[in-house]
Design a protein around this ligand. Structure first.
Ligand code: SF4
Length: 119
């Protein structure tokens, strides 16, 4: 049996969670003050997910880059691959906030969208 410790980031309380694992299976979660903490801990222990926030090149615009993010969390283990993909992506100005830069980003089901406009 192994134990992972983590801070729940689902609300500002920041409970300190302890997750007992048998291999890759979660046996128990403690330290959470509400069910969201257990849900977070179980997901975090098995497959951590994060929203990717980064920049993509803009062609023909005033700004050289635009801020983008995935519209839902993607597996954290894919971040190195995601950054390689983002490095070769570019978008032509003008770009409106909310524009989908790439659908089904890395086959995750998440879209990469612009978080601001660029002329
Ligand atoms: S366990 Fe519940 S109360 Fe604690 S930080 Fe997570 S969401 Fe907030």
């Amino acid at each position: 049996m192994t134990e992972k410790r983590m801070i729940c980031i689902s609300c500002p309380m920041g409970c300190e969670l302890r997750v007992a694992l048998e291999g890759k299976e979660v046996v128990s979660v403690s330290g959470n003050r509400c069910p969201r903490g257990e849900e977070y801990a179980r997901a975090e222990a098995v497959e951590p997910m994060r929203v990717l926030m980064t920049l993509v090149k803009v062609e023909g615009g005033r700004e050289r880059v635009i801020s983008v993010k995935t519209d839902r969390p993607i597996p954290l283990r894919l971040f190195p691959q995601a950054m390689e993909r983002v490095r070769v992506l570019s978008v032509r100005a003008p770009v409106r906030i909310g524009t989908v830069i790439e659908e089904d980003f890395l086959s995750t089901g998440a879209n990469l969208v612009a978080t601001r406009s660029s002329r």
